[in-house]
Design a protein around this ligand. Structure first.
Ligand code: SF4
Length: 401
């Protein structure tokens, strides 16, 4: 899909001030005008790339003080009704804020809605619609996990990935990232969030770190259950240890051979695999959690004994866990998924050499293919879903969209 990322919703939608407009926004004035008092959350189109700061600004403009703002952020992120009494007090929120709640709910709901659900065994892929009509994918994973997207498209261009085929279309705003969690929580509990969906989180670093900081506090997710995944980027390795909430780190390595990695991940930073592992390991140690190493198994490409030997040597003496994930078939691709016996032999070979390793038959294989495929199919005209999918009425949030 190549629709204009700055296109806004038509009549009936409501506004979340954009980052660029924040400085000049009248909503941010410390002395609200009479017009603002009459309509603290005016109904205007919702721009793309809304940030968490935009959400906070909206709440403050409606009259929320710091305690009210925190309460409302928690209610939103936990998919609870904004107007629920706080500790039994129905008047906890100021009257002006209470009156603005329907418009605020509408704004939050417009950030993300479910366009399509593709359930599978143990996992479910969601096609999430954004305010500007773009879509991204989130995946409900087993045991309360959620895989979220950080970009629409991706500039890394991994040759085995559908998302990378069209390059980067646009960044997600931090509010659009956490809105995926609020949306998923309408469907079921979310205790873990992995940034392994569409996009390279290191290429949208500020927004992703803002999202992680909020999810790890008001979002109620333990930081070891927040997983930042990257193909390897020096800026990310430098920033993560300084982050307000330091997440777990996953490195998408895929091969120990520099030449092969350049072919598989053509626009990833040119860092030799041994240096890459050293940098990632250093950053992971600063977080206090083991380094997760992601390895997409491609038949006859990176599933051989040579890779087992080299990988075991690279990870020797490190607190690292290798996750081997057999490739999900992509239409028109020359790659193939290795047979189960080969995948098992790969992991056994690592374990025999002292490397902690797990084999994951990707749940996504059972839920409409790998990352980006559901979106790509629907963008190509294969979707019957043109309206938001109705969700359980456990909360008043996210009815819009
Ligand atoms: S695998 Fe990840 S980093 Fe590579 S193109 Fe796809 S989304 Fe981007």
């Amino acid at each position: 899909m190549t629709s204009d990322p700055d296109r806004t919703l038509g009549a009936g939608a409501v506004a979340m001030p954009s980052s660029s407009s924040r400085a000049s926004s009248s909503l941010s004035s410390s002395a609200p005008s009479s017009a603002q008092l009459a309509d603290p959350v005016p109904r205007q189109p919702v721009p793309a790339r809304a940030s968490i700061a935009d959400v906070r600004e909206t709440l403050r403009a409606a009259g929320a003080g710091p305690v009210h703002e925190r309460h409302l952020m928690q209610q939103w992120l936990q998919a609870r009704a904004l107007d629920a009494p706080y500790r039994g007090d129905p008047n906890f929120l100021p009257r002006r804020v209470r009156e603005a709640l329907p418009a605020i709910e509408h704004r939050l709901g417009a950030l993300a809605c479910v366009r399509e659900r593709a359930p599978g065994e143990g996992a479910e892929r969601l096609l999430v619609g954004l305010a500007d009509g773009q879509t991204v994918e989130s995946v409900l994973l087993p045991r309360g996990g959620l895989c979220v997207s950080s970009q629409i498209g991706c500039a890394v261009g991994c040759t085995f990935c559908t998302t990378g085929r069209d390059g980067l279309l646009r960044q997600l705003g931090s509010a659009e990232i956490v809105a995926q969690v609020a949306l998923a929580r309408r469907l079921r509990a979310v205790r873990k969030v992995v940034f392994m969906g569409m996009g390279e989180p290191a290429h949208n670093l500020d927004a992703v770190l803002d999202a992680i900081a909020l999810l790890g506090t008001d979002g109620g997710i333990a930081r070891e259950q927040l997983v930042f995944s990257t193909v390897g980027d020096r800026r990310a390795f430098e920033r993560l240890p300084q982050a307000a909430v330091r997440p777990s780190l996953a490195l998408s390595l895929h091969t120990t051979r520099a030449d092969l990695r350049e072919r598989l991940l053509p626009r990833a930073p040119r860092i030799a695999p041994d240096e890459l592992v050293e940098l990632a390991d250093t950053a992971a140690r600063a977080s206090g959690f083991p380094l997760l190493v992601q390895w997409t198994l491609l038949d006859g490409v990176n599933d051989g004994d040579d890779e087992v030997e080299a990988l075991a040597a690279l990870l020797a003496g490190r607190r690292a866990i290798l996750n081997a994930i057999p490739w999900n078939a992509v239409e028109g691709s020359d790659f193939a998924r290795p047979p189960l016996e080969r995948a098992v032999a790969f992991v056994r070979g690592l374990r025999a050499r002292g490397t902690m390793a797990t084999l994951r038959w990707s749940a996504a294989q059972e839920v409409d293919g790998g990352c980006g495929q559901l979106r790509a199919r629907r963008a190509a005209g294969g979707s019957p879903a043109t309206a938001p999918v109705a969700l359980p009425a456990t909360t008043r949030l996210n009815r819009a969209g």
